[in-house]
Design a protein around this ligand. Structure first.
Ligand code: MG
Length: 714
């Protein structure tokens, strides 16, 4: 491998790796590839602009009569950017985005062409949808599927090295309106939550007429970067996105010197290129740094409205892969590309903006704001405790099992971290009664008029909690690095909508009965805390004691995807999704099918790949070494001492035999499509092969080592 590595470094030094200084005016550059409201204001008639602005900001229905004008303006803008094609850009249930390009050309009936793009082209598309997963929702022969324009996420220009394309974010549904994608239920869950938050807002005297509530999202994206030559020499990375073999190198993350370390020039070149591209796409990339594991990094954007935040995250992942490729690197977005060191996640920073335009998870400085905050906080506690299993479903995948189900953060037990001050307040609400002193020495009484002022940073950080309050938002840390964050947020929105709905039902009933609002709210929150406080845990979530404690508390611990997926069949989980119009029963069933199938597919693929690599690369290399050892021992004969070599030969021979029988067992599991046995078979095979890697000479071992991949990316 050393030669390949030298070649790639040589090639890289010859490439122009540097971005040069950024000479453009950043505010002008930001969003230059986006058909934003700012652009629309310049190119649309006032009537069309007002109409589309209303649709985007207030979330209303699209006025079809302006579609032609918007389409024409969008086409002209795209052509000015060099686009020749447009595509409806959508998120089918494959986990990645999809696009089918159409050029703008049409016959002009005079022997030439015109460039056409109509309102109909903009609003609706019909991709040939027969090969997308539908989970039994449709038969292949009647596979009509429609993409529909989502004006709340702006169209953008994708600039590739070979082509420039206008991308129009769309949702994707079947002939009968059934959701076939990730965006449709996300949008439905957003309106469900908006409806309930507005209901609650009325109790606080907030004007909700013509207003809506919405969520915000800032997904922190972790990733690995390795040399492209190393990536291409690893069939496991190419086929599965993670290494199926490889022993931990002497140096990994034990010195804790990579986290926030100085960024090396080659990586900085990548990050700078990434930021500039993302800014051009209107994606507010804010933070870049080295992560804990060697070769691991993170990018974090400023929060945006949820739907856009999800779309942008999907673009971020694509742009990361492209830029890495351009720079002789490979970007790994798998949740666990390397065993023995940290995997990657996507911290899902989620919050709720009410119809008053304010962040309701900001504790606030006035009692009025505190009441909204504490009510929403209690609703979230109730939601997460009641539907922890469903939240786990939203982050279930074969890749993420390596983080959630293994010895790595965050654990599969969904609990909430609140920090000392909020926990203290929660405990006081639970006790109820008159005012008591808080940790800050104020008074506390849950009522609109008498809530205490909370300091801005009400919590310390707890990096081990899967669901942590971090100032003015909740951070759901169980989302996998490679996952589309839609599912997790769709579930979060829905379960919080349900909890808020329950609170509103009670408040309405109490109001009818003539009860005092403050007393009524206090009692409701008190009851919620009494019932659901078991989900609050401020300790170390990685500690083995937590597993025992969580079991005592009755919290679910769904370690694997198959276990987690079963939870979607629970009556309460189906009911909550159906009640809020997020997914119908058949849509839920189809998603279960798709996810279960995807899980088995990944295991079979990985098992197949592992068996191939073991049989055709690693065992033959080990046999070659075995032969060399045997030949040497034979040729040395009685002349020299060979005791140590014989011992080594014995060890290598035993491991080869063990590996061969482990491959046999894995192949037997593969023949039966038995996912659980494939997982355990791969793990077993890996142990014997990784031991061989520690014995076979490096020049015979056909795969780049962990040390080469992780420590030699610059
Ligand atoms: Mg991080």
């Amino acid at each position: 491998m050393s030669q390949a590595r030298e070649e790639v470094l040589q090639a890289c030094s010859e490439e122009s790796c540097c971005n040069g200084s950024f000479t453009e005016h950043l505010p002008d550059h930001f969003g230059e590839n986006v058909f934003s409201l700012k652009v629309m204001k310049e190119v649309l008639s006032p009537k069309a602009y007002v109409s589309i602005e209303k649709t985007i900001i207030e979330g209303g229905k699209l006025d079809a009569s302006i579609a032609d004008e918007v389409a024409e303006a969008m086409k002209k803008w795209a052509l000015s950017k060099g686009a020749t094609h447009y595509t409806h850009w959508f998120q089918p249930l494959t986990g990645v985005t999809a696009e089918k390009h159409d050029s703008f050309i049409d016959w002009d009936n005079k022997g030439g062409i015109v460039l056409n793009f109509t309102g109909k082209n903009l609003i609706q598309g019909e991709p040939d949808a027969s090969s997308f997963p539908s989970g039994g929702l449709r038969s292949t022969f009647e596979a009509r599927g429609y993409t529909g324009w989502d004006p709340s996420s702006p169209a953008f220009i994708k600039e590739g090295p070979e082509a420039t394309t206008l991308c129009i974010p769309t949702f994707y549904i079947g002939y009968h309106g059934e959701a076939l994608d990730k965006k449709t239920p996300l949008l439905r869950s957003m309106s469900a939550l908006s409806k309930q938050i507005c209901r609650l807002a009325n109790f606080f005297g907030i004007d909700t007429k013509g207003k809506r509530a919405y969520c915000t999202l800032g997904p922190e994206q972790e990733y690995f970067l390795i040399d492209k030559a190393h990536f291409q020499a690893r069939l496991d990375l190419v086929e599965t996105g993670r290494t199926l073999f490889g022993s931990k190198p002497a140096k990994h993350q034990q010195q804790e010197d990579h986290y926030f370390g100085a960024i090396k020039p080659r990586i900085m070149g990548f990050m700078e290129d990434l930021d500039r591209t993302l800014w051009g796409l209107g994606i507010p990339s804010k933070t870049r740094h080295n992560e804990v594991a060697p070769a691991q990094y993170e990018m974090a954007p400023i929060y945006e409205e949820l739907n856009m935040g999800v779309d942008h995250n999907m673009i971020v992942m694509e742009v990361m892969r492209q830029i890495a490729d351009k720079r002789g690197l490979a970007c790994l977005l798998h949740e666990k590309p390397f065993a023995g060191i940290n995997g990657s996640g996507k911290h899902n920073n989620w919050s709720v903006v009410g119809p008053d335009g304010k962040n309701w998870l900001y504790p606030g400085k006035t009692p009025h704001e505190n009441a909204k905050f504490l009510t929403l906080l209690c609703a979230i506690i109730k939601a997460v405790d009641s539907y922890a299993d469903l939240l786990r479903v939203g982050v279930a995948s074969a890749g993420n099992d390596h983080r959630l189900g293994a010895n790595e953060a965050p654990p599969a037990i969904v609990s909430i971290f609140l920090g000392d001050q909020l926990t203290d307040i929660i405990e006081q609400i639970e006790k109820g009664g008159g005012p008591k002193s808080s940790k800050e020495g104020g008074t506390i009484h849950v009522g609109v008029d008498s809530l205490p002022t909370l300091a801005k940073d009400t919590t310390d950080r707890n990096r081990t909690s899967p669901f942590a309050f971090t100032g003015a938002k909740f951070e759901f840390r169980a989302v996998g690095s490679g996952q589309n964050p839609s599912a997790a947020n769709m579930i979060l929105n829905t379960i919080v909508a349900e909890a808020v709905s329950d609170i509103c039902d009670q408040l309405e009933a109490d109001k009818k009965a003539g009860k005092d609002f403050n007393a009524s709210l206090q009692k409701i929150l008190q009851e919620i805390i009494k019932k659901h406080k078991r989900v609050i845990y401020n300790g170390d979530n990685y500690a083995p004691q937590w597993q025992i404690e969580a079991k005592k508390r009755g919290l679910p611990n769904l370690k694997t995807t198959p276990e987690a997926l079963e939870a979607i069949k629970a009556k309460k989980n189906i009911q909550v999704l159906v009640k809020h119009g997020v997914l119908s029963e058949v849509e839920i069933a189809s998603r279960f099918e798709i996810n279960a199938h995807a899980y088995t597919t990944v295991q079979v693929l990985e098992g197949d790949c592992a068996a191939t690599i073991a049989r055709t690369m690693l065992i033959p290399a080990s046999i070659e070494y075995q032969k060399q050892l045997a030949d040497t021992i034979k040729s040395v004969g009685s002349v020299g001492k060979t005791t140590g070599q014989k011992k080594l030969l014995k060890e290598v021979s035993a491991l080869i035999e063990l590996s061969l029988s482990n491959v046999d067992a894995l192949e037997a599991a593969l023949a039966k499509h038995d996912a659980a046995k494939i997982v355990s078979g791969m793990a077993k095979l890996r142990v014997s092969i990784d031991e061989l890697e520690g014995l076979v000479p490096a020049n015979l071992w056909p795969l780049p080592s962990y040390a080469e991949m992780l420590l030699m990316n610059t």
